[in-house]
Write a new protein. Sequence first.
Length: 434
Amino acid sequence: MAEVKLEDAPQGVKAYCDKGVAAMERSNHDYAMDMFEAALKVEPGLLQVRRMLRAAAVKKTKANPPGKLGAAKGIGRLMKASSLLKKNPLQALELAEALIRIDPFNLKFAKVQCEAAEAAGLPEAAILTLESLKGNQPSCLKVLEPLARLYQKTGQFDLEYKCRDAIAKLKPNDSAALKELKDAAARLTMGQAGWQRDAMRNPAATPAANDMEQVLAQIEKEPGNLNHRRTLADVQLRSGQYAEAIQTLETSLELAGGTDPRLERKLFTANDHLVGFELANAEDADDREQIAFLRKKRAAMQIEHAARQAERYPNDLQLKFEYGKLLLESGQHTEAIQQFQLAQRNPQRRVRSLLYLARAFKAKAQLDIAKEQLGVALEELPSMDETKKEVLYELGALCEETGKPSEAMKCFKEIYSVDIGYRDVASKVEAVSN
């Protein structure tokens, strides 16, 4: 699962986060965690929110240590989360986060949370947990070893090296630990360290010229080594040399026999960056014809990439959900319906799949079927959260459109009674009341 930015999250999630941040400022950590957990229930991929949730848990624990009784309370959840790791990693992660809330420094709780996060495709969520533990237990091998592995997995080679170095000092006579340190040093000296993170922190930052020279020298020595070519593509991307990166990656794919998922993802990223760069130039020049062309081209590229991913990993329902959203946005409603009908088998995406199904059927003027989807979604939303408000509002708008004002008003009033500021429900309800 890819990380989701807060600005890209479903409507209403930001409100939860704002309330959580305000609660943290007042040191009301329990309420803050309630709000952050509510946001993550809607969109599990919000790493930024997980950071805030973890910070709140650490602050609360330092102020009020849970003791042995706190750990005992979590045994039932721990067993359930462990049993769900393979069947439903997102649900396991949700349960594990509740355990971390009890005690973010408990190694057993942390272990199951990390396993669930990795299984759900969110290794950075596991890193957050281990980094919190490391701050509290800097010499614990049960923390350092999995953290080093995750740093390596996510390409954070400078941080991996520091972890491996600490492990080697704790195990000076362990040949395996010394070999891991040596391998980490090799990865670091290849010029890969920190490029991804530095670019995220400062997109304008570019690698030094000698990095490029060093990688080119490595390729000259070992022209068939795909790792060197991946590294060169990274350098070119960070330097804004998108066309060159595309050429490097296309050559790499040829060397790989035409199939390599990692290279294909990176090639898509390079093409997306290039079109984004061209689009920014067109917008600066106010070239409306070119803007329209490039936006259409970019949307087509994203759909094609999502289609390949969904085909390559047919059991990954999250990919089908993301593919469906792109299809819906592009007006391919029938194709989007097919993806959402499959994606709704994912418990974490079921309700939002039903919501998007309703929108797709509505776009096809199949209003009765759209209404049925929203009705099923409401049955699965017992509490009034942001998703339920969104479904109710959609249903109310649909009832208005089909000439059923009383049913529409019932939906709007239900929202109005708990959140008078939601969209324009106040004006709709008060217009009828007056």
